[in-house]
Design a protein. Sequence first.
Length: 287
Amino acid sequence: MVRASLNTLLFASLIAFSAGCTTEDSGGDSSDESGSWRSSCGTLNKGEIENPIPKDSARKGTATVLGPNLLLFKSSSGSNLVKLQNLSVQSNAAKATAAQNKLKALAAEGEVYYYQATKDCEAEVEAGASGSLGQVYSATGANFSESLIKSGLASLDVDQCEGEQLNSCYQALEEDAQETIASELTAFLWKPVSDSNGKLAIHTGPYGTSVVVNGVTGTNQGPGNGYGSLARFSQPGCAYGANVQVKVIDERTGAAYTFNGSDTITIPNGCNRYCIKEGAIALCPKN
């Protein structure tokens, strides 16, 4: 849901740039019947904001993720480095890893659509390497940059090559995300059979979390075993089946903790023990 502060900034951007931010978007990117992409803030293409923007205006190819804001774009006409416009290097290590994982998932959808911010602009996109600034859409129409911002994984800046045209709308998206996202989750342990009562127990890193498993909220027992919170449930982990949906929420604010930018963690098999390893949910056998 886009809040009042976001609506105000989006409206201001629309007046300033004619085809900029739009409140018609209901929370995600989309493809319309005319063969165009639509996003919350629009696309800076050849110095102008367009929303929607025709797919045919893009260079089509593949993307290899090199960092939380950096891609290697390859097409039939060649390859070049692309920095996602107005996204700076993410200093938080957990968020940087999560941002890369999210971008990799978008790139893995298939062919990507790349729009260069301005026609002749080149910039230093990393130490000693030059490239271009722009925006990229996935095969299903997800705007790479906006996906990171809405997931709380982006660090914003204002780039050259008309980056100021996107700035106010991107800031509004970031402010909106901050109201609903607590932080990126870095510590998590799914124990299908606890030592004390043989039932499911879930440890999470932050203090004061509420953990919801398939719609059922556990009882927070407070910190323990090096974790900020321990949630206990009335059944063993096996009882929750496969592809278990877990949400971790800040009890004080109601904001969700995210994992790789998603507010839901999927446990492949409730009978097994899992934890976070190298930015993924992985089997975590008891030593």
